[in-house]
Design a protein around this ligand. Structure first.
Ligand code: AP5
Ligand code: MG
Length: 213
């Protein structure tokens, strides 16, 4: 099964993505995670990406298209299937993805769109904490780690500062609609109500995916 997961920053793409890939054995490809890994490794691409991410802007299409295309052409993708998280984010990226998949003779099976009220997202992002050792995402209030956890074992993302979040939301709201339209025309999109508990969102996604299989 080959899937996209879409939604505004903080909608729950990473949270639901982790559950989906665990349940269905897919490979999770998150462009945001790939950029953050490149930044941590201080590669040339990482340094370039950081200059955009820190401002809440999108990394240029040619860079992003290149890393996704390279990952999709690896052997495990055809064997296990994938969940793309945070890509495509511009209509040019959607076209590049169509071309890459068609060259690889891979078919897209569905697009999960997590629909959330934008007003709730600042609160979600400002309370997000990530476990340093495992990379697992939590929320101080909505999804806290075990009771009595040590705050020093967790970090907050640099781009979760309120100023950057505002820019990220503006950029994604303006770019997102045409991409969804692109996939709606192909009848691939399932809209999921994201304004509910994490487990309830996942139950709805599971239902939608069982209809796909
Ligand atoms: P990326 O890492 O993809 O960030 P994003 O799209 O802004 O999305 P997030 O990861 O912030 O949110 P999420 O939807 O994964 O939410 P999560 O599950 O963590 O991209 C970062 C940057 O990289 C971009 O700004 C851009 O610069 C660059 N980039 C990436 N891809 C690119 C591309 N294709 N092109 C160009 N540039 C690109 O949940 C958020 C919080 O809410 C967590 O704390 C979680 O516990 C909590 N939560 C989740 N679900 C619920 C719920 N149902 N109820 C309550 N709380 C919840
Ligand atoms: Mg994410």
């Amino acid at each position: 099964m080959n899937l996209l997961i879409m939604g505004l920053p903080g909608a729950g793409k990473g949270t639901q993505g982790a559950k989906i890939v665990e349940k269905f054995g897919l490979i999770h490809i998150s462009t945001g995670d790939m950029f953050r890994a490149a930044i941590a490794n201080q590669t040339e691409m990482g340094l370039l990406a950081k200059s955009y991410i820190d401002k809440g802007e999108l990394v240029p299409d040619e860079v992003t298209n290149g890393i996704v295309k390279e990952r999709l052409s690896q052997k495990d993708i055809a064997e296990r299937g994938f969940l793309l998280d945070g890509y495509p984010r511009t209509i040019e990226q959607a076209q590049a993805l169509d071309a890459a998949l068609s060259a690889l003779e891979i078919q897209l099976d569905g697009v999960i769109n997590i629909d959330v009220n934008p007003e709730s997202l600042v609160e979600r992002l400002s309370g997000r904490i990530i476990h340093k050792e495992t990379g697992e995402t939590f929320h101080k209030i909505f999804n806290p780690p075990a009771a009595g956890y040590d705050e020093n074992d967790y970090y907050q993302r640099e781009d979760d500062k309120p100023e950057t979040v505002k820019r990220r939301l503006d950029v994604n709201i303006s770019q997102g609609a045409p991409i969804l339209e692109h996939y709606r025309k192909e009848n691939l999109v399932t809209d999921i109500e994201g304004n509910q508990d994490i487990q309830d969102v996942f139950a709805d996604i599971e239902k939608a995916l069982s209809n796909l299989k």
